[in-house]
Design a binder for this molecule. Sequence first.
Ligand code: KG4
Ligand code: ZN
Length: 340
Amino acid sequence: MSSQNIYILAIESSCDDTAAAVMLNGKILTNIVASQKIHEDYGGVVPELASRAHQQNIVPVVDQALKQAKIERSQLSAIAFTRGPGLMGSLLVGTSFAKSLAYGLGIPLIDVNHMQAHILAHFIEEEDFTKPPFPFLAMTISGGHTQIVKVNSYFDMEVIGETIDDAVGEAFDKSGKILGLGYPAGPEIDRRAKMGNPKAFKFTKPKVNGLDFSFSGLKTAILYFIQREVKLNPNFIVENLNDICASIQYTIIGILMDKLKLASKQTGIRHIAIGGGVSANSGIRKALKNGEQKFGWTTYVPKFEYTTDNAAMIAIVGYLKFLEGDYADQSIMASARLKF
Ligand code: KG4
Ligand code: ZN
């Protein structure tokens, strides 16, 4: 057995978080995220502002990750970076930075698929967290993604269902916007849902065949419902906010759980892992726990800091690829629509 220490520096810049992490042999030493507050004023991510903010943040964020880990650049074994999918301008900042750093240090460069990283975050070495056994189902739910993936091994993954329009996080955020809540509205809807009646208002679930999702119809249904009610009672939102939030959350979770149940039934797989910012939602966590009792599932939820966009998840993929000698070369380009 080699006792060599493998240090990976990972960089993530696919959307609106500039992140860097340092990993030693599969364990996270530092995990730094600079979230871009600037988008809050716009109610969504503005791509042009995101890439500019990445340019400002990337050097200090990487610096901090290395300093806090107390390691020198010369100790690094490889640089891992998010190649895609994501916003092109944002990806370009991380990609060019990673390429030049790897070139300058003369060490391997490792490209990482952001969606695979959300899933492989479950393999970061952490005490008190059990890793899912292969094969398992992974549901990635965030502001940018909604997928169900059959994971056969680290790098053999198959997308078996995904959204045909909005991501589930967008469903939360856009509903929140209609209600006049700040951006992102997911956490606020979650907080209010706990105090409301989930059956107060009923929204029809979209009819999408198979394992795919659709959320744009729900958003429109909520908009029309609110407009209708506000016409009758201008104070409708204020007077019913908790119930409205609870009902919206109940509907969204119902949509997710229906597809997850179907996926589990179709594949016969009962190990279920989730990832992405929406996995912080207390309702979805409760629904998964219910699934353990009702359907014999074993469910896996990573540490919160590894579910939202972060570089620790990029580092674990970098580490696993490093062990296989799977490197990129300097001709590699960012890819906004990168597939598995
Ligand atoms: O993974 P993430 O930080 O970034 C990407 O979008 O990739 O996810 C952010 C999304 C936002 O849409 C936010 O509203 C949602 O996750 N979110 C939540 C909760 N916490 C974050 N949605 C529902 N309930 C929550 N507790
Ligand atoms: Zn993400």
